[in-house]
Design a protein around this ligand. Structure first.
Ligand SMILES: *Cc1c(COP(=O)(O)O)cnc(C)c1O
Ligand code: SF4
Length: 330
């Protein structure tokens, strides 16, 4: 029997895609066969448009309400005065243990591995985060805090998005972390393999394989249209690394039971376990995505009845200063 050939992956293609992201609203509208008459845009440049072409390729042309488009399009509604929505809704400024290191959770520490993201999500709770003040550089000064605290068994690479880092940078960072004996697990919170699927490469799989740490990847997907056959196929390259997903419940994007059920089922087909469904954080500029908690609970009840338990994400919200997420109880 002739052994099946595995398709060689171009391990650098993702970097071209990352450089080639759309940052001009008019370019985006043109690609989607829309015009400025179809949408009401903000004029603020504070958190500019940024979206990879691969992700745009999964948007419906000619539909200003497309659920993927709505996640990235800087709308006029972001400028609305909304007193309950603030710059640092989770009061993360209080959780900073060192440059680029957040200590919000027991036994776990979060490294802001980079301030950069492949995509700018309009609802992002870190949209006003002072990333420049937390750049790790290549010396990773924040690592000392982890080495000095034996209660830390898990290091979470977050951002920004850790998978915009090059493989070489990631490898060096992982080497530093695994040299700390009390660290057992390495978790990555990332949206890159969803928005630029070519980021899932054999080299990345090898890096995850090579570390003594148990690696866990938490993806970030909000709508089933984000997971197409290509995304599912690329994620297979990562082999046996457990994949979980967290979503944010977003008005006009996924705030109906059918959308949430489709999302869970599509995730599972790509061997991703639905983990969290977040209530949106009350960040300035994102009030138009807010879903009232009663509505969230009703939706969660509906999907719990329709799906097997392992496909029901936990409904949670982050409370400022709390030790982790709080379940939103039914
Ligand atoms: C919730 C969250 C965590 C902590 O997650 P647990 O699974 O509750 O430990 C870490 N990083 C990010 C970005 C999160 O949203
Ligand atoms: S990828 Fe994550 S951190 Fe980056 S903008 Fe989107 S939600 Fe925020």
């Amino acid at each position: 029997m002739i052994p099946a050939k595995t398709q060689p992956t171009n391990d650098e293609a993702w970097r071209d895609e990352l450089r080639d992201v759309i940052t001009d609203v008019d370019d985006l509208l043109t690609v989607l066969a829309l015009t400025r008459d179809d949408v009401e845009l903000t004029s603020s440049r504070e958190f500019p448009l940024r979206v990879p072409r691969s992700f745009v390729g999964r948007m419906r042309r000619g539909d200003p309400q497309d659920p993927l488009l709505r996640q990235v399009l800087p709308l006029r509604a972001e400028d609305d005065e909304t007193p309950d929505f603030v710059l640092d809704p989770l009061e993360e400024a209080d959780a900073i243990a060192a440059r680029g290191v957040l200590q919000k959770y027991q036994g776990r520490v979060l490294i802001i591995a980079t301030g950069a993201c492949a995509v700018h999500c309009r609802y992002c709770f870190r949209r006003h985060f002072p990333y420049d003040a937390h750049r790790q550089g290549s010396r990773f000064p924040g690592i000392d805090v982890i080495a000095d605290d034996p209660s830390i068994s898990e290091v979470i690479l977050s951002g920004g998005d850790p998978l915009v880092l090059t493989d070489a940078h990631l490898e060096r960072l992982i080497e530093r972390i695994q040299a700390i004996p009390h660290v057992k697990r390495l978790r990555l919170h990332t949206r890159v393999p969803v928005v630029i699927p070519s980021r899932a490469t054999e080299t990345l799989a090898r890096i995850f394989d090579a570390t003594r740490l148990s690696v866990v990847v938490v993806l970030h997907t909000n709508h089933s249209n984000e997971i197409d056959a290509n995304v599912a196929q690329r994620l297979k390259i990562l082999g046996t690394v457990p994949l979980f997903n967290q979503s944010v419940l977003l008005r006009g994007i996924n705030d109906d039971a059918k959308a949430l059920i489709d999302l869970s089922e599509t995730l599972f087909e790509a061997r991703i376990i639905p983990y969290y469904l977040h209530l949106p954080d009350r960040v300035a500029g994102a009030a138009h995505f807010d879903v009232p908690v009663e509505r969230a609970i009703a939706l969660h009840r509906e999907i719990s009845a329709a799906l097997p338990g392992y496909l029901v994400p936990r409904l949670v919200r982050e409370t400022p200063g709390a030790d982790g997420k709080s379940p939103v109880s039914i």
